[in-house]
Design a binder for this molecule. Sequence first.
Ligand code: MSP
Length: 527
Amino acid sequence: MTYTLTTPLYYVNDKPHLGSAYTTLACDALARFQRLKGEEVVLITGCDEHGQKIQRTAEAAGLSPQAHCDRISAQYHQLWQQWQISNDRFIRTSDPRHRRIVHEFFGRVEANGDVVEGRQQGWYCVACEEFKDDPAGALDPQCLVHQRSLEWRDEVNLFFRLSRYQEQIEALIAQPEFIQPASRRREVQNFVAQGLRDFSISRVNLPWGIPVPGHDGHTFYVWFDALLGYLTALLEGQGDGETSEAGLGELSQRGWPAQVHVIGKDILRFHAVYWPAMLLSAGLELPKQVFGHGFLTREGQKMGKSIGNVLDPEALLERCGADAVRWYLLRDIPFGDDGDFQQQRFVDLVNNDLANTVGNMLNRTSAMARRWFEGTVPPAGAAQNADHPLAQAANAAIGLVIPSLETLDFRGAAEASLQLAIAANGFLNIQAPWSLMKKEGNQDQVAADLYAVLEAARLVALLLGPLVPDLSARMLEQLAQAPLNSGPNQTNGTPWLQQLQWGQLAVGSPLPEPAPVMARLELDGPL
Ligand code: MSP
């Protein structure tokens, strides 16, 4: 079975921000974990390029919409490469192949009797690309998300008959697994309980969109086309320049349905209600899960251009490195809750957890082993046995990390991995090999103790692989172990789950010159 997961397809109205990086980093960690387990993974990301918002942004920049989209989507593409995101697909909704899939999909929905003409009247937020039911402010209705005026719309559109799917959607969202975290389910259930209304899926007078076949002058509403990007991504050719004529009928061989759509909480309704109904109408399988994560603020404030406090993911990467940012975001914020980016806390956590706890555990132990045991992994003695206290700590950590990652609890996985490093440091402090070594006859004990800590370090490195892949690779290098291969074209070495068994570090294998695996973060001034 293929494990398909998706990030949202990001609007190209502006360059990437930390919110988009956050979802993408989390999806990357999940994709790496699944690949390490041996799953065939398809991680989909990409850009959502149609609609009024983008058309207006392009006009303001004096560019054609296509030229504007080319420019911004290239920035996304490049940013994910810089961050070493392991996406298997990068879909752009202005790609001609996407148009073909949208037309095929629409044909199915129309043939199913789910498209009707209707009059759409209401207040529209162009920034949200969404009609607002109960806008605040009677004279000048405002969008509560964007704090700006809504626009009145009154036009004849095509509607999707969402109302026909009331019962099926109710049954779907009642399944505990479908909307995660559970705390978000209630909000969607309340919305559905009010009665689903048909929603408009076309626009007139909006040239920057995919034309609706058979309905001159109509282009598809951006959300109708954007969601279908997930399908196009699976159906497109898989090599550079390779074209594919695959259609919707082949989706099940190409990795559909998705195991999880990871999104921000603001677009939950589209993914958990509209999207499944569209898929039901087209006779396609439903995604297994929609996970709505929380929003990031910065030092307690909403990030926004007007406040001037937006964190630029490119600058962040350059100044702090991928491991530090990944660790902070995934370790500090329960995935699903809102989170606040605080610079001091960021620096403290990275330095305490990674540089001190994890880094020093490995560094000081391998330095002692090299000095006293001819630069090699010391004889293990009884430390290779499963009843060693660190073997037990390792098993406890593994037993927590795997189910945590399986359920997107990145914080749980990070904490459990860290606990193993804390246990290893604690063990080292109690055993104090530096004192033992001063007295005759303790060599075997010291060897076994150092072995146990080095072995714990190997397991910490393996457990950290999905969350902080570069740090994991540097740790494994210090232990003369092969790096994990969790990227898109993973090769088959010893399976990760097998490597996660205690006692595999080979006695007598050479240890490289110790080098710090994690530099301390020293930031001069605000990010
Ligand atoms: N184009 C649509 C998605 C279509 S999916 C078929 C879209 N794009 S977006 O670029 O505006 O938003 C992408 C994601 O970024 C959303 O999941 C949104 O929740 C998330 N975030 C935007 N700001 C954010 C924060 N400040 N914090 C965390 N996530 C944030 O919506």
